[in-house]
Design a protein around this ligand. Structure first.
Ligand SMILES: C[S@@+](CC[C@H](N)C(=O)[O-])C[C@H]1O[C@@H](n2cnc3c(N)ncnc32)[C@H](O)[C@@H]1O
Length: 319
């Protein structure tokens, strides 16, 4: 098993990324500062200036992403003067001009969105996760995110019509068709582009943490073990922790040193990971090292049927 690296860098991602080569990362997944948000912590960018602020950074993202890689941007436009601002729409158009393909839009439905009442709108219970690519041929591992067939198996798939049993070609001539009977007796189906994840409510000393399940889903879909993942606005290190769990190499950048420290702290205890099974461990002939690591860092005794792999932690924090 290869060692994976986790690197947290302090600085503006625009500058820090200049140190990275072209076509390096397999996935960029991030939640940037939202316009005008959190002014007191990391300084809000005015909605009218958001595209201008984002574009030079996106140019670096485009350069460091592999040709078959993916960029996932979690963002939501705020309401300004009683209507939704259009900066996200303008950003999508500008990114397309910059050379990105806008491949897909996922909706993150916040299952546990807190209650509230506003005079002219309802609770905001979803955010966009915009998918951009450099080319139409990008790496995607759809089997990694399959979901149980669930109610479909009990209902619709039990009562198939004659049309369901043959290929039903699109009535609008799109060339698409479906044969629903193909899915009978299957346990898993491909998910939709609506992702239902609860926000995580515990305080991480950061005001805009997203749930681990969100980057985890995208890392499984767009990367494999030992691939490289970038979060240029890493905040408290949610993506860093998930990348370590999934054995992905990781670079996270944040302009605030206190958030870099948070992210480092959050990932440090994963330095020694329990991940190899007995046979693999024995054949890798790492018994001595692993036993020391295990007892020192995890408290798991050498008698237990669990093994340890060392993960290298690096720090680029200036603070
Ligand atoms: C929405 S938060 C990210 C939260 C993160 N997803 C988490 O789970 O903790 C955006 C982060 O971007 C950082 N940031 C703002 N401008 C930046 C820049 N130019 N370069 C790097 N980081 C920046 C902020 O300090 C903030 O921590």
């Amino acid at each position: 098993m290869e060692q994976i690296k986790t690197k947290i860098e302090n600085g503006d991602c625009l500058e820090v990324l200049k140190r990275y080569p072209d076509n390096f990362f397999n996935l960029i997944v991030t939640s940037p500062p939202y316009a005008d948000s959190r002014n007191k912590t990391y300084g809000g960018i005015k909605p009218n200036e958001y595209v201008e602020w984002f574009l030079p950074r996106a140019k670096e993202f485009l350069r460091v992403l592999k040709p078959d890689g993916t960029f996932v941007l979690n963002i939501k436009e705020k309401a300004v003067n009683g209507e939704r601002h259009t900066y996200v729409i303008e950003l999508i158009l500008a990114l397309r001009k910059q050379g990105w393909l806008w491949t897909e839009e996922f909706v993150w439905h916040k299952k546990n969105c807190y209650p509230g009442k506003w005079p002219n709108r309802f609770r905001d219970a979803w955010e966009k996760c915009l998918q951009f690519n450099k080319s139409k041929k990008f790496k995607m591992y759809q089997e990694a995110v399959m979901v149980p067939m669930g109610d479909w198996a009990k209902g619709r798939l039990k009562n198939l019509s004659d049309i369901d049993k043959t290929r039903d070609n699109s009535k609008v001539g799109s060339g698409f068709g479906k044969n629903i009977s193909n899915w009978v007796k299957r346990e898993n189906a491909y998910p939709t582009n609506v992702l239902h994840f609860a926000t995580e409510c515990y305080n991480r000393n950061h005001s805009a943490v997203f749930p681990k399940a969100l980057p985890e889903w995208f890392m499984k879909l767009f990367t494999q073990e030992n691939d490289w993942v970038l979060d240029p606005f890493v905040g408290s290190g949610t993506t860093a922790e998930v990348a370590q769990n999934l054995n992905r190499n990781f670079v996270g950048i944040d302009v605030l040193s206190e958030y870099c420290k948070l992210a480092q702290k959050r990932t440090a205890h994963y330095q020694y990971r329990i991940c190899e099974d007995e046979d693999e461990y024995e054949t890798n002939n790492q018994r001595k090292n692993s036993e020391v690591c295990r007892e020192k860092h995890t408290g798991v005794s050498s008698q237990q049927n669990r093994k340890v792999k060392k993960t290298q932690i690096e720090s680029g924090t200036q603070a």
